[in-house]
Design a protein around this ligand. Structure first.
Ligand code: HEC
Ligand code: HEC
Ligand code: HEC
Ligand code: HEC
Ligand code: HEC
Ligand code: HEC
Length: 304
């Protein structure tokens, strides 16, 4: 997650695509990269705005934050590796800009900017306000290990009194909520009423809806399957042991909190390939893995 946000200078995707063009209605977009600086250029044929790309959010797809007359905007177009180029930003496909300012993208309120930088970078918030002078791109250790630097300083002096509680000691439920601060918690998704395939990206919600989930069982915690310090493992066989930790015929599985989980009548390996299907994200040109673990029936509607 170190690449959740990048500064333009070290942005390999933009360096590899020094000139990208896209048309939307009456507007032409160009993203131009040279000498370590990228420009986001919007033109209506008569007027042209050339705005330096200040921040790039996202590691797979990239959306940019630019500034015009002191107002921050989320760019209307984004870079998609699967398209090898530009397309409309997720959620913006119904936007029909009428002025060149509207064509830049979605203006960010102070609150929008705060949460955006809050999830995609570290140290952007001081005293509940956005402070870009202290910001570090991407997620650094401090973002999850609050007080880590302070702790390190006193530990060097031999003082362990302010050791932060170990994240490994959190319950499965608490870990889901902890990761859910950014990946969205079950409660948030329910309260917001986000239905349909676009909620597939909210893993804490999807996982909690599956029969496997038990907030007190560490075998189904986010960190049982993922090391938050590493890139996600894309090898299906790697997850078999995680499932078999509960779904094994030889297991003395019945614990008071976890009833004996049955084993599969169909296959003995590659569990996630059938039970955690890939769901195309609407309009997003990428897929997410459905964390609502289940028997997938042909032609079934997307379960909410
Ligand atoms: C402060 C916000 C934040 C928190 C907290 C957070 N994440 Fe993330 N995570 C992100 C962002 C932003 C991305 C997407 C950008 C990226 O892939 O670098 C991401 C991406 C990921 C990915 C995909 C990485 C890849 O290689 O494609 C995994 C897996 C993941 N997070 C797991 C977790 C787990 C597990 C936790 C809890 C222990 C967690 N995250 C907590 C913000 C967060
Ligand atoms: C509540 C936390 C949160 C907020 C607020 C947020 N994001 Fe994200 N964003 C994430 C997480 C987590 C991911 C990775 C998983 C995913 O795609 O859902 C992500 C993914 C992305 C991705 C791309 C796909 C990828 O996986 O790399 C882009 C682009 C992006 N965000 C841009 C933005 C921009 C721009 C803003 C603000 C205007 C913003 N996000 C606000 C948490 C957040
Ligand atoms: C997305 C959140 C996240 C980020 C960013 C992150 N960690 Fe962690 N870290 C965790 C979680 C959750 C655990 C507990 C589970 C585990 O051991 O993997 C953990 C555990 C650890 C542990 C084992 C001790 C303990 O508390 O259980 C060390 C050491 C550690 N992290 C160091 C780092 C360092 C150094 C960085 C920065 C390079 C970093 N972490 C970044 C979430 C994170
Ligand atoms: C039982 C195992 C398991 C658990 C528990 C689990 N995941 Fe995953 N996760 C996976 C698998 C499998 C993939 C897809 C890997 C691949 O592409 O082959 C994945 C992928 C992801 C990705 C990358 C985006 C995507 O959809 O492919 C993110 C982010 C993520 N998980 C976050 C989480 C969070 C947050 C939690 C806790 C709420 C969690 N996961 C719990 C197995 C698990
Ligand atoms: C913490 C233990 C645990 C883990 C880890 C776990 N499960 Fe489960 N799972 C259960 C329990 C308990 C049930 C409900 C009883 C049953 O069906 O056996 C269940 C139910 C299921 C079902 C039937 C759901 C339905 O729709 O009827 C499938 C399929 C399944 N799990 C597959 C998996 C796969 C694949 C993995 C790994 C990605 C996994 N499980 C990981 C405990 C677990
Ligand atoms: C080729 C696809 C496929 C793979 C791979 C696969 N399964 Fe299944 N699994 C199914 C189907 C289909 C069913 C439903 C069978 C039925 O209801 O007749 C099922 C049923 C189940 C059930 C419910 C059993 C019950 O009695 O209702 C569990 C639990 C399960 N699988 C777990 C797993 C685990 C764990 C793995 C990996 C070791 C795995 N599956 C691998 C397709 C698969």
């Amino acid at each position: 997650m170190g690449r959740a946000m990048q500064l333009p200078g070290d942005n390999p995707d933009l360096v590899a695509h020094p000139k990208m063009t896209f048309h939307h209605g009456a507007y032409t977009y160009e993203v131009d990269t040279r000498n370590g600086q990228s420009q986001y250029i919007v033109s209506d044929g008569t007027h042209t705005l050339s705005l330096p790309i200040l921040w790039a959010m996202g590691a797979q797809a990239q959306t940019w934050v630019v500034e015009h007359h002191g107002q921050m905007y989320e760019s209307l177009v984004s870079y998609y590796p699967t398209l090898n180029g530009l397309y409309l930003t997720v959620g913006d496909d119904t936007m029909a800009p009428k002025t060149i300012e509207e064509a830049i993208g979605r203006p960010l309120s102070e609150e929008d900017a705060k949460t955006c930088f809050g999830c995609h970078s570290t140290n952007a918030i001081a005293d509940h306000k956005l402070d870009l002078s202290t910001l570090k791109p991407g997620l650094t250790c401090e973002h999850c290990h609050t007080g880590a630097m302070e702790h390190l300083k006193s530990a060097i002096k031999g003082d362990h009194s302010d050791d932060p509680p170990s994240l490994a000691d959190l319950s499965t439920e608490d870990i889901s909520n902890f990761c859910g601060r950014c990946h969205r918690s079950w409660e948030l998704v329910v309260r917001a009423g986000w239905k349909g395939p676009s909620n597939v990206r909210f893993q804490p919600y999807r996982l909690a809806n599956s029969k496997c989930f038990n907030g007190a069982d560490p075998r189904i915690s986010c960190i049982a399957c993922h090391d938050p310090h590493q890139k996600v493992v894309r090898d299906v066989t790697d997850y078999d042991s995680k499932c078999l930790a509960c779904h094994s015929p030889t297991l003395e599985a019945a614990t008071p909190t976890s009833p004996h989980a049955r084993s599969c009548p169909v296959a003995k390996a590659n569990c996630t390939s059938c039970h955690m299907p890939k769901v195309p994200f609407p309009g997003g040109h990428f897929v997410f893995t459905d964390h609502e673990i289940r028997v997938v029936r042909p032609n079934e509607p997307y379960p909410n």
